[in-house]
Design a protein around this ligand. Structure first.
Ligand SMILES: Cc1cc2nc3c(=O)[nH]c(=O)nc-3n(C[C@H](O)[C@H](O)[C@H](O)COP(=O)(O)OP(=O)(O)OC[C@H]3O[C@@H](n4cnc5c(N)ncnc54)[C@H](O)[C@@H]3O)c2cc1C
Length: 411
């Protein structure tokens, strides 16, 4: 029987990154996947949501582009077509990834894997011997008591990818990253959206000033939201809220995070990615894969977070509410003060940078291109570059990145 150097359970970002890195080191690798290569991120998460979001953002831009000189009458949104494109994007990326894994000599077994012992994996009624096992089995949508998924009226994000018709009214439980992105998607295509959040603010994981700004944006866009509110019960497709209100949506999306998925007998084995239940982001999953295979020290790695849509929201490091001793400096630069923001008709948002002793300790951006800009600050923060050095830099004009520079000047 062949004995592999490494057996990996799960071919999401954590598993496939670990497999590729180990193969590059010359290890023989066997990778088990019970569903599709690419995991949640590629098939039911990051990539499909951003693809659909792009279609709906574009639709929304065109609807509102008359004063930019664009005359477009009778425009409609074809959800089925947008889903078709989403499927193509996902298939293209999955095929490329699968080829890459195969070209590196990684053996892929399409089956549910079980841990027999620390050196044996069972799948397809066979046993596979491995020197080491890594668990990268990801997570599943979290259910709430009383709001169990029936996949018809009470949905999770996986269910939405099967949708082909535009709903009229949508209720979203949870105002985290997932809830905010889906609220934006549905509002772009003119649905009546209500977000129900148990916490007293939207995107409770973010800086408080960011949450406040999102509330203002939601009000302007007429996205309804109920804070410090929960769903008491659902009766006959009526959603009864803790504040007594009753909603009658076409469906309820429950977006309240994820629960880990770990095979039995995984104790003593290395667990990476969502299954490790630390930070459930694809970029963190890949970082943990680097740690597992290359020994990269990730203890102090800065992990950026991004929420997509118009405008994007991104952050790194400390939030202002975490800085309690008052020794920090803060600079907030409004996006509407940038020439490029007016050129692009995207004047919403701000760039906020927090520093202590001449070093960046946190940054929070709401802006077009926030997902790109945050990495400029990430590089500066990760390398401890002093604020005075950053002030000597020359940024191109007109750009959104000038906002980074202007914000730094304020420190
Ligand atoms: C709607 C949505 C949007 C998201 N957007 C973003 C985003 O924009 N940016 C971001 O960073 N993150 C995003 N995420 C989170 C991201 O998808 C996850 O953090 C990431 O996929 C975790 O990677 P992973 O490899 O740990 O697990 P997964 O991607 O979940 O992969 C685990 C794999 O293991 C397989 N598996 C499980 N058990 C077994 C078994 N016993 N045998 C064989 N195979 C098994 C599963 O089928 C799955 O393919 C999003 C998630 C969702 C749901």
């Amino acid at each position: 029987m062949t004995k592999y150097d490494l057996g990996i359970i799960g071919a999401g970002p954590a598993g496939f990154t670990a497999a590729l890195l180990a193969a590059d080191k010359g290890q023989s690798v066997i990778l088990f996947e019970k569903d599709k290569i690419g995991g949640t991120c590629l098939n039911k998460g990051c990539i499909p949501t951003k693809t659909i979001l792009h279609s709906t953002d574009l639709f929304n831009d065109i609807k509102n582009a008359q004063n930019l000189g664009i005359v477009a009458n009778d425009i409609n949104f074809d959800f089925a077509k947008a889903m078709e494109r989403k499927n193509k994007v996902v298939d293209t990326l999955r095929n490329a990834l699968t080829k890459n894994l195969e070209n590196k000599g990684i053996k892929i077994v399409y089956a549910e894997a079980k841990i027999i012992d620390n050196n044996t994996i069972g799948a397809n009624n066979e046993q596979y011997k491995t020197e080491k096992i890594i668990i990268a089995s990801g997570s599943n949508p979290r259910e709430l008591k009383g709001l169990e998924f029936d996949h018809k009226f009470i949905l999770n994000s996986d269910d939405l990818f099967e949708m082909t018709n535009i709903p009229k009214k949508v209720a979203i439980v949870g105002a985290g990253a997932e809830g905010i992105e889906w609220a934006r998607i549905f509002k772009n295509i003119d649905c009546d959206v209500t977000v129900i959040e148990a916490a007293p603010r939207l995107l409770a994981i973010a800086d408080e000033e960011v949450s406040k700004y999102i509330e203002r944006m939601f009000k302007v866009r007429k996205i309804n939201f109920k804070l410090s509110t929960t769903v008491d019960k659902i009766e006959d497709k009526k959603v009864i809220l803790s504040n007594g209100e009753i909603l009658e949506p076409d469906f309820v999306l429950v977006a309240v995070g994820r629960t880990v998925n770990i095979p039995d007998n995984s104790e003593n084995l290395t667990i990476i990615g969502d299954a490790d239940n630390k930070i459930m982001l694809a970029n963190f999953a890949m970082q943990q894969a680097k740690q597992a295979i290359l020994g990269t020290n990730i203890e102090n790695t800065i992990i950026p977070s991004v929420i997509y849509g118009t405008p994007e929201i991104a952050w790194i490091g400390k939030k202002e509410q975490d800085l309690t001793d008052g020794t920090y400096k803060k600079s907030v630069f409004p996006i509407r003060a940038l020439g490029k923001a007016h050129c692009d008709n995207e004047i919403e948002g701000f760039i906020k940078i927090l520093s202590i002793d001449e070093k960046i300790v946190g940054a929070h951006i709401i802006s077009k291109e926030a997902s790109a800009m945050i990495h400029q600050l990430l590089v500066a923060m990760e390398n401890n570059i002093e604020i005075s050095k950053l002030k000597d830099l020359c940024f191109a004009h007109p750009t959104f990145s000038e906002g980074i520079y202007e914000s730094i000047l304020g420190l």
